[in-house]
Design a protein around this ligand. Structure first.
Ligand SMILES: CC(C)(COP(=O)(O)OP(=O)(O)OC[C@H]1O[C@@H](n2cnc3c(N)ncnc32)[C@H](O)[C@@H]1OP(=O)(O)O)[C@@H](O)C(=O)NCCC(=O)NCCS
Length: 144
């Protein structure tokens, strides 16, 4: 089941942030997601557990994927694809023509996932990330 984040999901999303990222967003930032007018936070649940989430932003016909993560014990089962499918569906409904994202250069799993959804690597931003410092790869899909 995939639905927009609700107040009862905030703690679970914050936990996944902590587990999945070296630079996690704070609990406060996750809470702000509940009232954001810009961003859409989707959570994926199975058997009552919150197993994944994604965050994206749509402005003036362009979308940006800000985060996607799946609990480490449930990876490799196609869960991120379910979230990506929903992002694509949502974007088409909102008549979004193109989607972009940035990803750590070393994150081959995510880069493969994005390529399989038609994203192309267009730019490198040198030393963009901290904790640890790393280049960002900017990817676009201009035909959603
Ligand atoms: C990236 C991530 C979301 C993938 O989630 P997942 O549910 O395990 O991925 P799926 O099982 O849906 O696989 C989707 C695709 O991702 C890629 N992928 C997933 N695991 C991979 C692996 N171990 N090696 C290479 N590619 C991999 C493949 O393209 C795969 O498609 P395929 O199975 O048809 O080959 C997950 O690894 C994660 O949460 N990582 C930590 C957070 C993160 O880095 N997020 C991205 C940056 S915001």
């Amino acid at each position: 089941m995939i639905h927009e984040m609700r107040p009862e999901d905030v703690f679970g999303v914050s936990e996944l942030e902590r587990i999945c990222f070296s630079d996690p967003w704070s609990l406060e930032s996750v809470k702000e997601g509940l009232v954001s007018s810009l961003d859409t936070w989707l959570v994926l649940k199975e058997g009552g557990g919150l197993l994944g989430y994604c965050i994206f932003r749509i402005i003036a016909g362009e979308g940006e994927l800000l985060r996607i993560a799946v609990h480490p014990e449930y990876r490799g089962r196609g869960l991120s694809k379910k979230l990506m499918d929903r992002l694509v569906e949502y974007s088409r409904k909102k008549e979004v023509m193109s989607l972009s994202l940035e990803v750590r250069e070393s994150n081959n799993k995510a880069r493969n996932l994005y390529r399989s959804y038609g994203f192309k690597e267009e730019t490198i931003r040198k030393n963009y990330y901290r904790d640890p410092q790393e280049n960002a790869v900017i990817m676009w899909n201009r035909r959603i």
